[in-house]
Design a protein around this ligand. Structure first.
Ligand code: SPD
Length: 287
């Protein structure tokens, strides 16, 4: 196919291990917060997008590929969804998918960097939409690691970690101590969910996350999908629970309304996505 001429001044790239993952576009804002470098771009293909420390986080016309896959396998499968905790998620996309569930009565979102929220509200309003004023939504500008360490035991039905990559402010969101606290504050019929990086671009980090979750929880499994703007495009999210692998059994009563408006997620997609573990990961995880 003929390559159409690109009507833009620049390319914005994430560099990882000798590969660059880029979008044609221009930088609208580049600012250092106390925690990280925050960049907003206008891209040709996916609209406005957000990078943290020069790594892709989200974009207006691609955020559903990521947020639907992180949220719905957990929220459609937990025994109850009255109280939900999001750690990270400053662009508001994870909270928006959560608040589509009428049964949620209370949602705590704990984001360490106030500037990510303010900048997302200003440049990416369609990603958070109405969450910022929803009476069920409670925003805490705090450290999610301390929040998990200090929250009451058995206090959440679902915990979702929407952190950035395991460098910089998100490093502590991927270790055993943090996961143990998440298990402690999760109710028995609850589900824990986290983004778990790319099996192709970051296989070791990905497998470490799954292994630690399996040590801490009774059940944990990764699910694989595609977020084209992320390194390699091949991405994963991991889910964990106690007593049984609840996340493998989405409730059709809860899913029906949700999947009607989804771009990627459906019960069918979810069932398949849990089965697509690449052979080399399966072999490694058995060791
Ligand atoms: N390298 C991408 C890691 C994705 C982390 N979260 C994205 C934030 C979207 N709410």
């Amino acid at each position: 196919m003929k390559n159409p001429s690109i009507q833009t001044s620049d390319w914005i790239d994430e560099y990882q291990n000798g590969v660059r993952y880029g979008l044609a576009g221009k930088v609208l804002l580049d600012e250092a917060s106390p925690f990280q470098q925050i960049t907003i771009i206008e891209s040709l293909r996916y609209g406005k997008g957000l990078l943290l420390d020069r790594c892709w986080m989200t974009a207006e016309r691609q955020e559903k590929h990521y947020h639907e896959c992180l949220v719905h396998p957990a929220l459609c499968s937990a025994q109850q969804v009255n109280r939900v905790l999001i750690i990270g998620g400053g662009d508001g996309g994870t909270a928006r998918q959560c608040l589509r569930y009428k049964d949620i009565k209370h949602l705590d979102m704990v984001e360490i960097d106030k500037r990510v929220i303010e900048i997302s509200q200003q440049y990416l309003p369609s990603i958070g939409e109405g969450v910022w004023t929803d009476p069920r939504f409670h925003l805490h500008i705090k450290d999610g690691i301390s929040w998990a360490a200090n929250a009451q035991s058995n206090s959440y039905d679902v915990i979702i970690v929407d952190g950035s990559d395991p460098t910089g402010p998100a490093t502590g969101l991927f270790n055993k101590t943090f996961f143990k606290n998440c298990r402690r504050i999760l109710k028995p019929g609850g589900i824990f969910a986290t983004q778990s990086e790319s099996p192709e671009a970051f296989p070791q980090i990905h497998m470490d996350i799954v292994r630690i979750l399996r040590e801490v929880f009774d059940f944990a499994d990764p699910l694989y999908g595609c977020v084209p703007m992320y390194p390699s495009g091949w991405w994963s999210w991991s889910f964990a629970s106690m007593q049984s692998p609840l996340y493998l059994q989405p409730l059709s009563s809860r899913a029906a309304d949700i999947s009607k408006e989804c771009e990627i997620w459906s019960i069918r997609w979810q069932k398949g996505a849990f089965q697509t573990m690449p052979a080399f990961i399966e072999r490694e995880l058995k060791k």
